[in-house]
Write a protein of this length. Structure first.
Length: 127
């Protein structure tokens, strides 16, 4: 799934923000190319004539010159940030993303269970 948000900057250059959900990734594994399943949210910012100026989720900043957030070197006004946040929320509501969140929660529960058991065994071995 991929969402693109475009607008024209004050200087006339085109700005494109791409919000995508990657469900597989190509990796180079000791001479072999392999495709592995993944579930990553990828946000990138491009400006015409400059190429990629940043990636990652928008980072909130103190308001300055009308910008309330940034992605890399690109400052974002509140209305643009709202569009980007809406695209991120749409991707985070997909079944693939929800399954990832459920797997992470299950892994955290199992880890806590293991830590409790390990502590119990440590105490038992000390006696």
């Amino acid at each position: 799934m991929k969402k693109e948000i475009t607008w024209e900057a004050k200087d006339g250059k085109g700005v494109t923000i791409t919000v995508a959900l990657e469900t597989e990734k190509r990796i180079w594994a000791d001479g072999d190319e392999a495709i592995v399943p993944t579930c990553d949210l990828v946000v990138s910012a491009e400006v015409d004539g400059l190429g990629c100026v940043g990636s990652g989720r928008p980072e909130k900043i103190a308001e300055r010159q009308g910008c309330v957030a940034r992605i890399g070197k690109l400052g974002l006004a509140a209305d643009k940030l709202a569009l980007i946040d809406a695209a991120i929320m749409e991707i985070e509501s997909t079944p693939e993303w929800q399954a990832k969140i459920a797997r992470q929660a299950q892994a955290r529960r199992e880890s806590e269970e293991y830590k409790k058991h390990r502590e119990l065994m440590r105490k038992a071995m000390e006696e």
